[in-house]
Write a protein that binds this ligand. Structure first.
Ligand SMILES: [Zn+2]
Length: 693
């Protein structure tokens, strides 16, 4: 194969999706890895005077190519999975990981970054360049680059053991989940369950050559029981099984995560101390917007205090409803979901099907584009590019007639496409070497991927897809990430768009965009009944709003409980001390919960976010970012009150200039304050959740 003709190595413009075949992947990645290694080798030679031009730029140029090419492969693997593509992906992935891991531990590069920071040119660099250098030095330090030769082997050992333990932690959950089966013979015992849940359970039993119905601990299988099953003992059985999963109470000693939890926390604590920090929470926060563990704990406790009266009211209502309407004298943990569902149905009866009729795809997309165009003074126009599937659409964004970004939208679920919704970058904005005008800008390109229902074909005629309100919110959410990536004005790749944005602030633009899906004026322009063309009626809208905040007090306290537990485990819990992990959880519950779960509840044994995901001492990020997005949106509500239009162009211009355009080039708190003129406050979040004082 002629490497010069390999379409994965063509970086002149947009990816050549029509031409890329699985056979191209191996040779392209090998060639790019060679190029990267050669450049790294050259940069390892002594440099008399390290500068941006002789060090960062060549490194960035060559690694960007690798990222872009591998980004295309990863994207294809996610959206048009085939056995050939998957094989090529799996074969090349270890090589990629190995390269990045080695790069992150390359001490010569670390020394060069530090030399740059101390060099004579540094003071004259742009804020963006300074931030990139600062981030690089920080990441090398957190990776153990400054440890003594004595400590390095132990640090590496900790990393390895930690990786093995976290993998083990999630494998145990998976195995325990797969192992559990509850068979129900008599259909009468399943009273209350929707037909689709029963059919799925029947099919599962059939697969095992069994009669009756099979339920497992996979969410879509057990959750309908908690939500709908009239038979209380059935709910209790499945609740207990799920709440003790992978714990010492589950009668599955091989999959008990008790010791894994302690060992994981022990390793993190040791790592933190080797790096010179007091605890792992401090390590986690180095690269986040929140400054100290105490600040995070203070934030969470304050939120708990404010949510508590609402949670108490939610619970009192639920208890009284369960007593009067359902004959449940003492509300137990396995009654909560069931009784809540019944209460919700009684109070906010409207069907998702009914709402869906008002959200046909063309109207929703036009409404989304109109919102963006009005807010940020841009124009979104259809554009053309090679795509990976005929359903994919491609658009360009222009500002004052000039191209500033492009995006692909791939809306529908299909065979071979990974579930969920996400935004990913195809390439980032950067100024190309030695140029100083608009032509010297590489404009950003984004992928927006969803898994909505495709348009139905009825009697040979295609009817537009109808979206649920949740799907519309998801679309706006992902577009918020997309706007962050595409509307950036930063010229340096490492901090343009979403690159380099702090973890606990990255959801600001996405959650911000969701708010428009709850605005009456916006919805009037975004809805048209599939048959009559009528916009969403006010009465239905009011019901949707009321349902939105159902039990928000209880839900908030639940999130706070998880977040505080996570923070304390990584902050003041001593793995070798007298206090157990369960003690920490009990203490948090005593402090914030209004309804204490049963003594046997071992939810921590399947808390993958913090023991097997990237959320250690970071679970608070969900609520933290919500404060920022709600408060930022508050500025639009204020403008709307003054002018009668929440789609305020002036406020949008400011949001664009101070937040979206700045990307990761300065700390998120500075961007927020520049936009809002003050520190963030919690008030807007409480108001949006129906918990205003
Ligand atoms: Zn998001």
């Amino acid at each position: 194969m002629n490497i010069a003709l390999n379409p994965l190595l063509d970086f002149s413009d947009l990816p050549q999706f029509a031409a890329i075949k699985p056979d191209h992947i191996g040779p392209a990645i090998d060639s790019l890895l060679d190029q990267c290694r050669n450049v790294v080798k050259e940069l390892e030679e002594p440099i008399a005077q390290v500068t941006w031009e002789n060090f960062v730029e060549p490194l960035e140029n060559v690694t960007e190519k690798l990222s872009r090419a591998w980004g295309i492969v990863g994207h294809l693997n996610a959206v048009v999975d085939t056995p050939e593509l998957r094989a090529a992906y799996n074969e090349n992935q270890p090589k990629i990981t190995e390269f990045w891991t080695a790069l992150a531990q390359n001490l010569t590069l670390f020394t060069n970054y530090k030399a740059l920071q101390l060099g004579p040119d540094y003071a004259g660099y742009s804020a963006a360049r300074k931030k990139i250098i600062e981030n690089a030095v920080r990441d090398f330090r957190l990776g153990g680059a400054e440890l003594s030769e004595e400590d390095k082997p132990r640090f590496a050992e900790i990393q390895e053991k930690h990786a093995a333990l976290t993998t083990r932690f999630s494998e145990n959950i998976l195995d325990a989940t797969n192992d559990y089966a509850l068979f129900v013979e008599d259909e009468a015992e399943l009273a209350g369950l929707p037909d689709d849940a029963k059919q799925a359970a029947r099919a599962a039993a059939e697969k095992d050559d069994k009669s009756g119905y099979k339920f497992t601990l996979h969410f879509p299988s057990y959750f309908p029981i908690l939500q709908y099953a009239d038979k209380r003992s059935l709910r209790e059985t499945i609740y207990r099984a799920n709440a003790t999963k992978a714990s010492e109470l589950a009668n599955q000693p091989a999959w008990d995560n008790t010791q894994n939890i302690v060992d994981i926390l022990q390793l993190r604590d040791e790592e933190a101390k080797l790096l010179g920090y007091k605890n792992y929470a401090e390590v986690s926060l180095v690269s986040k917007m929140a400054q100290t563990p105490d600040q995070v704990i203070g934030f969470l406790q304050d939120l708990a205090k404010r949510a508590r009266p609402f949670a108490e009211k939610d619970l009192a209502e639920l208890r009284s409803f369960a007593q009067k309407e359902l004959g449940i004298e003492k509300l137990e943990a396995w009654d909560v979901t069931y009784a809540s569902e019944k209460l919700r149905e009684q109070r906010y009866a409207f069907s998702e099907q009914e709402v869906k009729q008002y959200f046909p795809e063309p109207k929703v997309i036009a409404g989304l584009f109109r919102t963006i165009e009005t807010l940020f003074s841009v124009a979104i126009k259809p554009d053309s590019a090679p795509v990976w599937h005929p359903d994919v659409k491609f658009f360009r964004i222009e500002k004052d007639g000039a191209l500033i970004g492009q995006f692909y939208i791939d809306l529908y679920a299909r065979q071979g496409k990974r579930g969920g919704a996400w935004m990913d970058d195809a390439r980032g904005r950067r100024r190309l070497e030695g140029t100083n005008d608009m032509d010297g800008i590489q404009t950003p390109v984004a992928y927006l991927t969803c898994n909505f229902t495709e348009p139905a074909v009825i009697n040979g005629k295609t009817k537009p897809a109808l979206f649920t309100h949740d799907e519309v919110i998801t679309l706006f959410h992902e577009f918020g990430h997309g706007l962050h990536h595409m509307l950036t004005r930063v010229d340096e790749l490492g901090v343009s768009g979403i690159s380099g944005v702090e973890w606990d602030a990255v959801e600001l633009p996405s959650q911000f965009m969701e708010n428009f899906c709850w605005e009456w004026d916006v919805l009037q322009h975004m809805t048209a009944h599939a048959d009559t063309g009528a916009a969403l009626p006010r009465a239905l809208f009011d019901k949707m709003i009321a349902a939105k905040n159902f039990q928000s007090g209880l839900q908030t306290l639940r999130q706070v409980e998880f977040s505080l537990f996570d923070m304390h485990l990584h902050y003041d819990y001593q793995p070798a001390g007298k206090q157990s992990v369960q003690d920490v959880l009990n203490a948090v519950r005593a402090q914030v919960s209004v309804m204490t779960p049963p003594e046997f509840n071992r939810f921590q044994h399947s808390f993958s976010h913090i023991f097997a995901g990237g959320y250690a001492a970071g679970y608070y990020s969900y609520k933290w970012a919500e404060v920022l997005s709600a408060d930022a949106y508050g500025a639009f509500e204020e403008a709307g009150k003054a002018s009668g239009n929440v789609l305020s162009g002036d406020t949008g211009a400011r949001f664009l200039r101070e937040i979206l355009a700045m990307g990761g080039s300065r700390p998120a708190i500075d961007s927020f304050k520049a936009f809002r003129g003050r520190e963030p406050t919690i008030d807007a979040l409480l108001r949006h959740s129906g918990m205003a004082a």
